[in-house]
Design a protein around this ligand. Structure first.
Ligand SMILES: [Zn+2]
Length: 306
């Protein structure tokens, strides 16, 4: 009986703190999009979700990723501060809500391009592995907007858009963060946008629900690092990095998968494996993972290991 009372109090306290947090966020904090100029015709725009790339071509502006719900309009405003040209195309790196939700705030005439698996994932917008949607977050923002912002043009392995200095090359190298991670290359500028398969130097989100793979992610990243004609990488959520950083990140993920597979072979448990794993010493500057993320990733690799 006593235990039920204690549980009841805990539950109430938890509910109160959640609503207090929601109330504190309620008076819409200003949505500030920060601009980092990479070239005269290429900007990285940060804040409100994943990093966006803004590429200004002769025919119009191409935007890679459009951030969280409510951040499409501030992103569009910020784009107007760097060019008079209209946005003509959105490319989404993958399906997650912090990269695609702003699509619905762009004019309906804007063409949306993704990998074919991402187009399928965006129809359902399932919450990623290990992520509980925030209270009040849209369940499926595209359904709620009558299908606006969904991709109509897709690719399977590679696709080229535009030509000359305006050329964009899209690559798919296999499963990783999801099963539809596109690498977007601006060859004239030697810059790649990698999206969240390289969100930064950290333990990745392995979204098995949307086809991600803890065993294949390292291989996929290594192929991406071999892409010709690239010097700089726009990450999903961190700073601009180098091809050497991407190569290292591929190895980091291969090492993680190998460690989990060795633990499984040795008859250990996923819990024990997760609690004893540490970032290997050679990976300097990598962010410490949250325990839940680490545990979820161990499980993803464990389940993929037969
Ligand atoms: Zn993501």
């Amino acid at each position: 009986m006593k235990r039920f009372v204690v549980l009841g109090i805990l539950f109430t306290a938890g509910t109160l703190s959640i609503s207090a947090a929601a109330l504190q966020q309620a008076p819409a904090a200003p949505r500030v999009v920060e601009v980092e100029k990479l070239h005269d015709n290429l900007y990285m725009m940060r804040g409100g979700g994943g990093n966006s790339a803004v590429f200004i071509t002769a025919k119009g502006v191409v935007v890679v990723d459009t951030k969280n719900p409510g951040w499409g309009a501030p992103l569009l405003e910020k784009i107007k501060s760097v060019t008079d040209r209209p946005v003509t195309m959105i490319i989404n790196t993958h399906t997650h809500g912090d990269h695609v939700s702003g699509n619905v705030e762009f004019p309906a005439t804007v063409e949306v391009v993704t990998h074919e698996n991402t187009a399928k994932n965006m129809e359902t917008m399932r919450p990623p592995t290990g992520i509980t949607p925030a209270p009040g977050a849209p369940v499926n923002i595209f359904k709620e907007n009558g299908g606006r912002g969904l991709p109509k043009r897709t690719f399977k392995d590679t696709m080229t858009l535009g030509s000359g200095n305006d050329r964009i090359d899209l690559y798919y190298y296999g499963r990783g963060h999801t099963n539809g991670d596109a690498f977007i290359v601006f060859p004239a500028l030697r810059v790649m946008h990698a999206g969240d398969i390289f969100s930064g130097k950290n333990v990745p989100l392995l979204d098995a629900v949307n086809g991600g793979s803890g065993i294949e992610i390292g291989r996929t990243l290594a192929k991406a690092a071999d892409t010709k004609g690239v010097d700089r990488i726009i990450t999903g959520h961190s700073t601009v990095m180098t091809v050497a950083d991407l190569k290292e990140y591929a190895q980091f993920n291969n090492d993680f998968a190998a460690a989990v597979q060795a633990a499984k072979k040795a008859g250990r448990t996923p819990d024990d494996t997760a609690t004893s794993w540490k970032i290997p010493a050679q990976y300097k500057g990598y962010a410490e993972p949250q325990a839940a993320r680490l545990r979820a990733n161990v499980q993803v690799v464990w389940d993929e290991t037969k």
